[in-house]
Ligand binder design. Structure first.
Ligand code: GLY
Length: 369
């Protein structure tokens, strides 16, 4: 079964297809986009070892010639040196404006390749084939592309929508359980920000998802993508509502900076802890009842996920230092920090006027509990 979620953006519209076995029939899926039977594929070394043979086999069987490049795996790839190498390689492959590039991998590959395609010959089309849960429910959809700077994450980039997204849920079976659960942090985020029924569903079925149950994964990825598509359709370039997708992310970015963007805290783990903190902050500001943050924390704990600051190994900076790290976040507007807060589960909104002292006290309490 394949679920199709349209992303309606006028001339930039595309489909997100979610189901089992899409990789093995990629040729059929992308053939209608091709103006000549040739594609360039960019992936990373880990994904290439697991999934590139199936992709190449499908393309070869359909008479589509393909060249492939594998970047080093990991976040440090998402920077100027590998970006330059990718753009030059695509030019060497003689990729033309009418061609299609395939981004096969997680968020690093998708973001970097999307940005390369945004600038290559002033814009070529690309297909996202996300191979992590996080990339399937978030980064492959919506057209945010880019690389990191020494000044911060994702500070260099462009909006460039893919022409198609193929989310093959079979590939998630090869993920380490920790990576699957980290991606689940972004799934929970959708329920928390705008769909209380979806959160109810996740409370009941999340543990099955953690056991790689395909029925639950299909439903969870589809609902997440539907929600993201709706938000992107209404606010493609993040003038307003799209900021809701950053629920938990202001806390997360500070924690990622404090822990060095590495193995101590994966991005999705930081999002989960950040969501718990955002609900706690909402409750302290009198916006929601105590039941809401309690439910968020109880669900994350039931999933065996990092929930509290004490779940992060090693020392963390002081509450004041963490708030200072938030101060460099790219979402700062006119020197003020903004947060995504909630009036209840599924009822998030953008708050511009959060008293810094309340945030410092929240983090002090979180650091000592
Ligand atoms: N990952 C947040 C967004 O796409 O807006």
């Amino acid at each position: 079964m394949v679920n199709v979620v349209p992303v309606n953006l006028g001339s930039r519209s595309y489909e997100v297809r979610i189901g089992e076995g899409l990789l093995g029939r990629i040729a059929t899926e992308i053939a209608p986009l091709l103006r000549r039977r040739k594609v360039a594929i960019v992936t990373d070394e880990t994904v290439a070892a697991k999934h590139l043979p199936a992709v190449l086999e499908s393309l070869a069987a359909a008479g589509i010639s393909a060249s492939a490049m594998a970047l080093p795996s990991g976040e440090s790839t998402k920077a100027w040196p590998e970006f330059t190498r990718t753009v030059e390689w695509l030019l060497e492959q003689k990729v033309e404006r009418r061609d299609v590039v395939v981004a096969l991998g997680g968020g690093v590959v998708g973001d970097l390749v999307g940005f390369a395609c945004a600038v290559l010959r002033r814009g070529v089309r690309f297909v996202q084939v996300p191979t992590t849960l996080l990339a399937q429910v978030d980064s492959s959809v919506g057209g945010k592309t880019g690389i990191n700077s020494v000044h911060g994450k994702n500070l260099i980039g462009a909006f460039h929508q893919p022409s198609l997204v193929l989310a093959d849920i079979n590939v998630l079976d090869t993920l380490p359980p920790r990576d699957l659960l980290a991606g689940y942090g972004e799934v929970v985020k959708y329920g928390l920000l705008g769909d209380a029924d979806f959160f109810d569903y996740l409370e009941a079925k999340g543990p099955a998802l953690a056991r790689f149950d395909h029925g639950v994964i299909l439903k969870a990825v589809t609902r997440s993508v539907e929600m993201k598509a709706g938000i992107v359709e209404r606010d493609e370039t993040e003038e307003g509502e799209r900021a809701l997708l950053n629920l938990g992310h202001t806390f997360c970015h500070a924690l990622e900076k404090a822990t060095g963007f590495g193995d101590r805290l994966l991005h999705g783990e930081g999002v989960a802890i950040g969501c718990a903190l955002a609900f706690e902050l909402s409750q302290r500001l009198g916006l929601c009842s105590q039941e809401a943050p309690s439910r968020v924390r109880a669900h994350l704990k039931a999933m065996g996920m990092k929930t509290d600051l004490s779940d992060i190994s090693g020392d963390l900076p002081s509450a004041e230092a963490l708030v200072a790290l938030m101060g460099q976040d790219k979402k700062v507007i006119d020197g003020r920090l903004r947060f995504i807060l909630a009036r209840g589960i599924g009822e998030a909104f953008v708050a511009e006027d959060v008293p810094p002292a309340t945030v410092v006290q929240l983090l002090k309490d979180a650091l000592t509990s």
